[in-house]
Design a protein around this ligand. Sequence first.
Ligand SMILES: Cc1cc2nc3c(=O)[nH]c(=O)nc-3n(C[C@H](O)[C@H](O)[C@H](O)COP(=O)(O)OP(=O)(O)OC[C@H]3O[C@@H](n4cnc5c(N)ncnc54)[C@H](O)[C@@H]3O)c2cc1C
Length: 539
Amino acid sequence: MELKADVLIIGSGIAGLFAAIKISEFADVILVTKKEKNESNTNYAQGGIAAVISGDDSFEKHITDTLVAGAGLCNEESVRGLVSDGPACINELINMGTRFTLEADRLHLLREGGHSKNRIVHARDLTGKEVERALIDRVNSIPNILLLENCFAIDLITEHNLQKYKHSPINSRHCWGAYVHNSLTNQVKKIISKVTILATGGVGQVYLHTTNPAIATGDGLAMAYRAGAKVGNLEFIQFHPTALYQDLTGSSKHSFLISEAVRGFGGILKNNNGEEFMNKYDQRRELAPRDIVARAIDNELKKRGDDFVLLDVTHKSADQIIEHFPNIYNHCLTQNIDITRQPIPVVPAAHYVCGGIVVDNNGRTSLDGLLAIGEVALTGVHGANRLASNSLLEAVVYARRAAEYLRGSIGERIYSKYEIPDWDDKGTLTADEKILITHSQKELKQLMWDYVGIVRSDLRLLFASRRVHNLFTEVEEFYKKTKIFDSLLELRNLVTCSYLIIKCAQLRKESRGLHYTIDYPVQNETAKDIIIQNTYQRS
Ligand SMILES: Cc1cc2nc3c(=O)[nH]c(=O)nc-3n(C[C@H](O)[C@H](O)[C@H](O)COP(=O)(O)OP(=O)(O)OC[C@H]3O[C@@H](n4cnc5c(N)ncnc54)[C@H](O)[C@@H]3O)c2cc1C
């Protein structure tokens, strides 16, 4: 079964939807997404989008804040581009129908940790949901975008799928589309395209505690790595300091985020005795960058043996709390916590991956015909640590640039001149051992949390890499014998992403930004990006 379009986009978060809308102005688009169209990290974003809007702010201030957070590893040129494209991107989102919160007819601007000015454009505390709503409405109205839900991209199509060319050198490969599994009909389609764009989001589900929804299994990163694209800086995982503490025996796959904006609003962190502690760690206290706040909480928990710390806003007006944070207020009420009267129990949780697939300023990866945008890409704007609310901005800025690049170049691109084979699952059997998946996934998430979490060491990384190697062998064996299903594909990708995170962490012999190891506690002044590429040839 075959579908064909000029451009295939994989993922319907902010990056994929925005790119689809822009590209549809000059080319036909197929957009596939593995669940319902709005299920994405984007849909859960609360805080907002950073951009220089206010008269007392400036590009230079936003650039400096981003570079400081990035701990010496940002690409300054990329940061300058990100910040200066910001206001135009906010305007485009508004023109596409996004209704941001206003105050006296102007955009209301919040402030978050690490920002020297109020510059967070938001839609109350449901920014991501509002952006998804607006972009999906727009996509639905465009006839030359074919949006396919419940379609899980399994692997990219490159020379390695062709018997005759499968040993072609990794650096001269092309991407001609992807094999996609329809989870409802259980069929695999090949989707052939001139250009493929990965917009598949993050990898949070690698960890036991994460704010990322169940879709965040690093599929795009794993697919790109398997196909031979360069990836890097995956040791820089941002742990959000404040996710609502929850009993992990429940069925939820992710922790509810208590937005940074709650600390910006005046929330105070306290231990279980009601004592404030951030003053011991950083003079910016609760508004210090996320890595500092997350490590401070981690340290308080380990020192005291507690399961959570408290985030207290009870000293603020109840009306204002409810007005600014209706979503957080209502969610906490469902857990029997009235945040206007009780402090909120919080723990850190894996939140964002700064590394990803290496791309240039137009989102082009090292594979011809393959672009990557949004959280899955490594653009150089976050360096070793992402400044709050710069990720939605990055997703829009690079989606827009990728579209502009294709506007000028799609005419020169062609479909594969080779016959692409259909998906071949001869000899595989239907799985009757799904316990292997659930057990391995639990084991992997616990292992990554314990050994590759907020604080690392050489020994922990070594132990983690051995166990992940075993899991890799087992999962690949199972994958080759079995008719595919989504949780098997996700586990396979999670194992690959874990391997990549560990590998990057082992190669970085220093502590910097989000990567902290007790064996190399200081920064190495000559440190660079860590870039890796798959050198084995797939069969
Ligand atoms: C709780 C939370 C709060 C956040 N708050 C903020 C904030 O306030 N400001 C900010 O800037 N950032 C925030 N972030 C980060 C930000 O939301 C993400 O970085 C951003 O939304 C990523 O957008 P994306 O389009 O790259 O990916 P996503 O929005 O994650 O979309 C990925 C899409 O790809 C699809 N997909 C994945 N794999 C496959 C596959 N194999 N086949 C087909 N489809 C696939 C998914 O189903 C999904 O549709 C937050 C993140 C979380 C989790």
